[in-house]
Design a protein around this ligand. Structure first.
Ligand SMILES: NC(=O)c1ccc[n+]([C@@H]2O[C@H](COP(=O)([O-])OP(=O)(O)OC[C@H]3O[C@@H](n4cnc5c(N)ncnc54)[C@H](O)[C@@H]3O)[C@@H](O)[C@H]2O)c1
Length: 261
């Protein structure tokens, strides 16, 4: 029970990394507010946790909206009287250079960076009042290193912003006993990963199972551990960073990609 008595808000908890983390945090004793804009999948996460004996509630939010981020923090405090862990995880994949428009650029910026910034701004006074807290972000390996031709420079630029936001906040908040760290996954087998493919014209393209298997096998050859990530791999790192075991770690960005980069 490494998070016993803690209250955790996790965005994007309806799927992939957020879902795996919500399950793990709850198993380790945290009360979880699972936030997502997909009510069906978010509710499923919560039902699964509660059925297994954990404590979780669902909140439907659009993380791209500043007001929804504030509402999310307020809801956690109203429900559970505190907020110990804010995990800004929800994210949108990005289009190729050619397919980037003002509209999809803005949508990605809103969800991946603007919303998380304001969630932190709103949660920090509460954490200060409590005497500390943990802020985590999911950025991306693509936010630390340049991306290849098939992938998205706009996504990488925005995720690079998340890395620097984490760095700045850690410097500002250390004196308040608020630790801030950033998780930078490489390719991880989730729904977002599936949507990360584009045809020659740059239009989004979802792979069928066979194409996906072939892609994964080819991609895995460039990974030292020989496979892409599982959501549970990332959740384990999030647990370590959310627990007291990492009590002297702040301001770090953790690449977790099986040894690809
Ligand atoms: N999968 C990868 O290969 C990979 C690699 C690096 C970083 N990431 C990052 O990991 C994070 C989690 O993604 P994932 O891979 O688990 O994807 P996913 O698609 O499985 O899960 C993302 C979740 O976020 C939710 N979401 C999306 N937009 C939202 C919004 N506006 N408001 C509220 N919820 C919203 C979705 O409904 C979904 O449940 C993202 O920030 C993503 O950029 C993923």
């Amino acid at each position: 029970m490494r998070l016993e008595g803690k209250v955790a808000v996790i965005t994007g908890a309806g799927s992939g990394i957020g879902k795996a983390t919500a399950r793990l945090f709850a198993k380790e004793g945290a009360k979880v507010l699972a936030a997502d804009y997909n009510a069906k999948s978010g509710q499923e996460t919560v039902e699964e946790i509660n059925k297994a004996g954990g404590t979780a509630s669902f909140l439907e939010v659009n993380i791209g909206s500043v007001n929804d981020n504030k509402r999310m923090v307020d809801t956690a405090v109203n429900l559970y009287q505190r907020i110990d862990i804010l995990y800004n995880n929800a994210g949108l994949g990005g289009p190729t250079l050619e397919a980037t428009t003002e509209e999809n650029w803005q949508a990605m910026l809103d969800v991946n960076l603007t919303g998380p910034f304001f969630a932190c701004q709103h949660a920090i006074p509460q954490m200060r009042k409590q005497g500390g807290g943990i802020i985590l972000f999911t950025a991306s390996a693509g936010g630390m290193w340049g991306v290849s031709k098939a992938r998205s420079p706009s996504y990488a630029a925005v995720k690079g912003g998340v890395v620097l936001l984490g760095d700045c906040l850690s410097r500002l908040l250390g004196k308040d006993n608020i630790r801030v760290n950033v998780i930078c996954p490489g390719i991880t087998n989730t729904a977002l990963y599936d949507s990360h493919f584009y045809d020659a014209q740059g239009a989004a393209h979802t792979l069928n199972e066979e194409e996906k298997k072939a892609f994964m096998a080819g991609f895995s050859k460039n990974i030292a551990l020989g496979r892409v990530g599982k959501p549970e791999d990332i959740a384990s790192l999030a647990l370590f960073l959310a627990s007291d075991e990492s009590s002297f770690i702040t301001g770090e960005s953790f690449l977790i990609d099986g040894g690809r980069l």
